[in-house]
Design a protein around this ligand. Structure first.
Ligand SMILES: Cc1ncc(COP(=O)(O)O)c(C=O)c1O
Length: 304
């Protein structure tokens, strides 16, 4: 994979932020790669390095028909000279390529082969037995979990966090969308804690896009274990009805944001993160003097 791009930290100028006496930035990770966009680049980087160290020839991973991770893995594998296999939820798609999403069509164009499995098989995909079977069928494959989330993915956020600390050492709030929690864990783990001595508190706020996001806590805690961490919180009320649910008020806020700042969002992840930020501001949870960073984690391929 290419070297890490230094993406802009764009200040968002708005009368609302002025009135609240806060400074707001968007960290533009959607610009880090045309196809392996946003958090995907960071999650895949060390996994691909590891696959090459293990002399594997193929990346094998899991996802739904609209998965940003599937789209990104196909391109990342191709760039690294590896083959790729996507284990996709929904066996009915095997016989109906005309029903494939844009995501699947693009992944196929980028060389990914698919193994379509039923929803019940998909649910059990991470059991030891299922993984063992897959590894036996594909001995040269390096297996990456759904969403690309594992310890190496978490480690991938260290260089990003260093970049953010350089661009804005005195940030106070960092917002990120949450699916599996690996991205958030990486931000929590690698955000600098020494800045707390500068007499301001900082907090990392994760916005789960799935219902009842509190179930993610144990896994996030495991990923950040034994690190001196900044405070963090899951804002679990902004799933807007659940994964991939996009009610009108969410789409309206997305549209407003895009019009005001000229930065496109995706409806599934980044729009919910932005929605959460505005609501927290409305609830006076973000005090005057705060420096807020909204992390754009990409996902724009999903808009197509
Ligand atoms: C655009 C985008 N943002 C955020 C996330 C959440 O990442 P994580 O699963 O690491 O929590 C994803 C996950 O797939 C994503 O595609």
């Amino acid at each position: 994979m290419n070297e890490q791009t230094i993406t802009p930290l764009t200040q968002l100028i708005s009368p609302l932020f002025e009135a609240n006496k806060i400074t707001v930035y968007m960290k533009r990770e959607e610009l880090n790669h045309p196809h392996i966009q946003g958090n995907k680049w960071h999650k895949l980087k060390f996994n691909i390095q590891e696959a090459l160290i293990q002399h594997k020839t193929t990346l094998l991973t899991f996802g739904g028909a609209y998965s940003n991770h599937i789209a990104a893995t196909a391109v990342a594998a191709q760039e690294a000279g590896l083959a790729s296999i996507g284990v996709i939820r929904g066996e009915e798609l095997a016989e109906q390529p005309e029903k494939w999403s844009h995501t699947l069509k693009e992944a196929a164009k980028n060389g990914m082969e698919f193994l379509f499995i039923s929803r019940s098989e998909y649910r059990n995909k991470s059991t030891n037995n299922a993984l063992k079977q897959l590894q036996t069928c594909f001995p040269n494959a390096y297996i990456i979990p759904e969403g690309g989330s594992n310890t190496l993915a978490v480690k991938g956020f260290q260089p990003l966090m260093q970049q953010i600390e350089k661009q804005c050492p005195d940030w106070t709030h960092l917002f990120s969308a949450v699916g599996t929690g690996a991205t958030l864990a990486g931000l929590i783990k690698y955000a600098s804690v020494k800045n707390n001595r500068l007499n301001h508190t900082r907090i990392i706020l994760g916005v789960p896009v799935l219902k009842q996001g509190d179930y993610l806590r144990p896994q996030i805690n495991e990923w950040i274990a034994e690190t001196p961490v900044n405070s963090w919180q899951l804002l679990t009320d902004y799933h807007c009805g659940g994964y991939a649910k996009t009610p009108d008020d969410l789409l309206q806020k997305k549209h407003q944001f895009e019009q005001e700042f000229g930065i496109p969002l995706d409806p599934i992840y980044t729009a919910k993160m932005v929605y959460a930020f505005y609501d927290q501001l409305k609830q006076n949870k973000i005090k005057p003097g705060s420096k807020v960073i909204l992390l754009h984690t990409g996902g724009l391929q999903g808009n197509l």
